[in-house]
Design a protein around this ligand. Structure first.
Ligand code: PGA
Length: 252
């Protein structure tokens, strides 16, 4: 059955001490209760993962990395492998965030490798896709998202693909305060589900969780999440405040 998910992407914010405080605050709020069938995930920086795994109830607040290496091990200075991420207790990894694509040159080919390696190491990929403003204005947004998803994911087996979470994040909405309208989000999510249906069939398309990301906050989350194909959110800025993040979780 399809899961609702609210995931917090902390990006490059919070020292370890600050991160512990935020994660413990989220943990405390979440222990007061969450809507049925809704998973909560936080994605702090790599260096926080092992410590947070000891301090929070990871049965209720699950841990994700924000990235992982495209190689399994070896001479790749500064990189963190999927196996290392998994060994901290993290269960998820964000792959292909637009900031990784834009600032670190991550291509669909690289993201395909990362996704496969993450799956091999028992991590659930949260795969990000989305168009930039010029592409939307040129009405290329469906084509762009189709290419991102099919090039990186559509060679996976049914069993592998069944584990993927997709996050649609229009780049023009990330950190800008401009949110996609509920209609724009629903339209793209339904399109993504139709692509999955064509490639993997009805059951997998029905079951896959598709998150919306981009300036999602307590005041607009309810309206976004009430769309039939929007199964939650990947939250940046608003995940840095425990109360706001919890309000978003409760808005289902
Ligand atoms: P934002 O970021 O909520 O701050 O717009 C979302 C994201 O990049 O995942």
């Amino acid at each position: 059955m399809r899961k609702n998910i609210v995931a917090g992407n902390w990006k490059m914010n919070k020292t370890l001490e600050e991160g512990i405080k935020l994660a413990e605050a989220v943990d405390k709020l979440v222990s007061q209760g969450t809507p049925e069938n809704t998973d909560v995930i936080i994605a702090p920086p790599f260096i926080h993962l092992a410590e947070l795994a000891k301090r929070i109830d990871t049965g209720k607040v699950k841990l994700s990395a924000q990235n992982c290496a495209a190689e399994a091990a070896g001479a790749y200075t500064g990189e963190v492998s999927p196996a290392m991420v998994r060994s901290t207790g993290a269960e998820y990894v964000i792959i292909g965030h637009s900031e990784r694509r834009q600032y670190y040159g991550e291509t669909d080919a690289i993201l395909k490798k990362k996704t496969e390696l993450a799956l091999e190491n028992d991590l659930t990929p949260i795969f990000c896709c989305g168009e930039v403003l010029e592409e939307r204005n040129a009405k290329q947004h469906f084509e762009v998202v189709k290419t991102q998803i099919s090039d990186a994911l559509f060679l996976l087996s049914e069993e592998e693909f069944g584990k993927i979470i997709i996050a649609y994040e229009p780049v023009w909405a990330i950190g800008t305060g401009v949110t996609a309208t509920p209609e724009q989000a629903q339209e793209m999510h339904a399109y993504i589900r139709s692509l999955v249906n064509k490639r993997y069939g009805k059951q997998i398309a029905e079951d896959i969780t598709i998150l919306y990301g981009g300036s999602c906050k307590p005041s607009n989350a309810g309206e976004l999440f009430s769309n039939p194909d929007v199964d939650g959110g990947l939250i940046g800025g608003a995940s840095l405040k425990a109360d706001d993040f919890y309000a978003i979780i409760r808005s289902f």
